[in-house]
Design a protein around this ligand. Sequence first.
Ligand code: BGC
Length: 413
Amino acid sequence: MKSVFFGAVSATALIASAVHAEPKAEVLHWWTSGGEAKSVAVLQEEFAAQGGVWTDMPVAGGGGDAAMTALRARVLSGNAPTAVQLKGPAIQEWYEEGVLADISSVAEAEGWADVLPASIAGHMKCDGTWCAAPVNVHRVDWIWANAAVLEANGIEMPTTWDEFNAAAEKLEAAGIIPLAHGGQAWQDATVFEAVALGILGPDGFQKAFVDLDMDTLKSDEMKAVFDQMRTMRGFVDPNFSGRDWNLATAMVMNGEAAFQIMGDWAKGEFIAAGKAPGEDFLCASVPGDGFLYNVDSFAMFDVEGEDNKAGQELLAELIVGQNFQKVFNLNKGSIPARTDVSLEAFDSCAHLSSKEMTESSDNGSLLPSYAHGMALRGAQAGAITDVVTAHFNSDMSSDDAVNMLADAVANSM
Ligand code: BGC
């Protein structure tokens, strides 16, 4: 009798403690630039307003390579963070390791399937369960420009690579750095995939960087992509090596450089510095058709403790919530992942992104970014980036580059 009684009490106490669990989350992310930090602060504030206790684990390094190294170390030591900025096939790779938490109960209660496009929802699922929460849609294939510099030099936003090259030569002659770039592998890859989309076209991009088709990887068109990369290398200043992407954006802002090819997190930097699109800076998709998407998301890792589990549920709910998707993306430069968030408060670049995303989705040219981990597993993406960087930083011929590319991809499979 006594033990039954105590059993009943402790069960109730357990339920009560679960209900009153104080939501806690240690959040690993790589949002450390001005615009990024402002954006992630929105989530921290919403979490705190709901009683959550946030432990920040920022790992600086654009593109997230350093953050992913830190994640691996934490998981291997049996001490995974509660929530992690993770995206693309890396989500499924971690799921296969058996270390992700299932957030289907939140997704179902919040009706995510009704408010997310199927293409985005697909990235958030692991064996039919929800294993990540999407934050946004970043577009990668953008050119950013200093409006006053272009105007002073009688230059329009380029609509072909030839126009880009002609504009760059003119700027160089006028003493302006044509292309602001940071020599880091992920930035080389970002420029490369934007050039590749323009030159290979959406079908060629799909064959090369999604299907890993050997003929396309070794094609004359791919040689033309490397030729253009060699030309671009000539438009970069001598101090580009190792420079962070946001410092390259600052060079465009202050007129030291004219263009940057970068995803629209660069817009987050312009906005955080009080610059206005169409006035201070210009945005245009890179020459050619198609749209390269990069969806940031958070995955929850399997951790002990009711407080941590409550924190994961609260975070997942907030991340896909309408208010967060609006305010975060206004700061971040991206557009909401949810389809039911009004874009009224968003600027012309965001409107262009949304319009071209819909069009490219309708005509089959909406493509995952390989450089930002949306298209391929880590080994394949890494193999491609190694070749891109080796080519950019040497005098390797385009012939050698395509052969090396095909070999590297074949060896990575
Ligand atoms: C992420 C962005 C981030 C950028 C620079 C990209 O891979 O998706 O959210 O701002 O890297 O760090």
